[in-house]
Ligand binder design. Structure first.
Ligand SMILES: Nc1ncnc2c1ncn2[C@@H]1O[C@H](COP(=O)(O)OP(=O)(O)OP(=O)(O)O)[C@@H](O)[C@H]1O
Length: 348
């Protein structure tokens, strides 16, 4: 029997929700016939624990779309959530299998992750040909959307630092769990209230020991490390490369390789070792970090431990002296002195 709770207009924070339009209602009805759980199809490792109780789920309106998904707002067990619905196409068996495997892998990874800078997984539901993933709702939307609303080069340095540190902490945790994200970009970084950033979209993530070729992930070429574009063996360092591009985005509020198609960008990165231009006014501390992160040689890219530690040092120095970025000279004795400075102060 259909669960009509799904189609009640949702109420969020006491404010009445919007009633679904006829089109949205019809789409929701067509999706719901697959999603209303009989409980019979719940199988597999951990599924008992992550399987959503559909009687507790209220679906609202669609607010975003992915390549193969639609994202709805909703309420699950009294909590505001985002509901990602993925539907398998009837006509394309290979894509259907790919999407099912992607769903299984994304849920298996998300289920185990708990960190303030990683999107919080709430529940999921598997009713082929439709799958859903329920996560906390991030009211600020994507970092990409936020940056596109800013004037180029206008994000204040203390905010760049805070956002970069949130992302780097989330990524350090992810790597400590042996997981490669492989699709780190501003669109997959979500903002909460108080401008906290969380890493999201683990659709093509993998355990380092099990990662295979990245064939077909053409949509993310602008952020993709050359070894991954070339479908070569790749390591955690592909995420460090992407972090370098994200840091460039934070400083410029621009889209990388804006004047090129994703394929042209991929060619330029691999064949000409091209990178987005660093702004002339880019503080040395950031220029140095960005260049190291997007080095051609993955071994020259730092680990997230080092990135977090450097960003924390910059943050402390900036809080002490907002002119810190004007004085900073990379890889000098000044940097070493800076690193021991807080210790020296506390030891006195
Ligand atoms: N929990 C959330 N809270 C707020 N917005 C979200 C949330 N999850 C996703 N979104 C929005 O939906 C967009 C697409 O989500 P997501 O990247 O997870 O879908 P996808 O199907 O994997 O997309 P693609 O394959 O195109 O990368 C995000 O860029 C973001 O704007």
């Amino acid at each position: 029997m259909r669960n009509l709770n799904w189609f009640k207009p949702i109420s969020i924070n006491g404010k009445p929700g919007r009633r679904l339009s006829l089109g949205e209602y019809e789409r929701a009805v067509s999706w719901s016939k697959y999603l209303v759980s009989s409980g019979a199809e719940i199988k597999g490792e951990d599924e008992e624990e992550w399987s959503a109780d559909m009687s507790q789920l209220f679906i609202g309106f669609k607010f975003a779309t992915g390549r193969h998904s639609r994202i709805y707002r909703g309420v699950y067990k009294q909590r505001e959530v985002a509901i990602k619905l993925i539907s398998q196409p009837e006509q394309d068996e290979n894509l259907a299998i790919f999407l099912e495997n992607q769903f299984i892998s994304e849920v298996a990874l998300l289920f185990r992750l708990r960190h303030p800078n990683i999107i919080t997984f709430i529940a999921a539901c598997k009713k082929p040909p439709v799958f859903c993933i329920i996560t906390e709702y991030m009211s600020g939307g994507s970092l990409r959307k936020y940056l596109h609303q800013q004037e180029p080069h206008s994000v204040p340095l203390n905010l760049v630092l805070k956002l970069a540190l949130d992302i780097a902490r989330g990524m350090r945790y992810l790597h400590s769990q042996g997981i490669l994200h492989r699709d780190l970009k501003s669109e997959n970084l979500l903002l909460g209230e108080d401008m906290c950033v969380k890493v999201a979209d683990f659709g093509i993530s993998c355990l380092e020991s099990q990662c295979r070729s990245a064939k077909g992930f053409t949509g993310t070429y602008r952020w993709m490390a050359p070894e991954m574009i070339k479908e070569k063996h790749h390591t955690k360092k592909v995420d460090v490369y992407s972090f370098g591009i994200v840091l460039w985005e934070l400083l410029t509020a621009l889209t990388p390789f804006d004047n090129m198609t994703p394929e042209q960008a991929a060619f330029a990165v691999c064949q000409k070792n091209a990178r987005p231009p660093l702004p002339s006014a880019c503080p040395q501390a950031f220029c140095h970090m960005i260049k190291k992160c997007w080095s051609k040689n993955p071994d020259k890219r730092p680990h997230f431990d080092e990135i977090v530690s450097n960003l924390e040092t910059y943050m402390e120095a900036y809080n002490e002296d907002p002119k810190f970025f004007c004085h900073y000279v990379p890889s000098s004795r000044y940097t070493t002195a800076l690193k021991c400075l807080p210790k020296c102060i506390t030891e006195q």
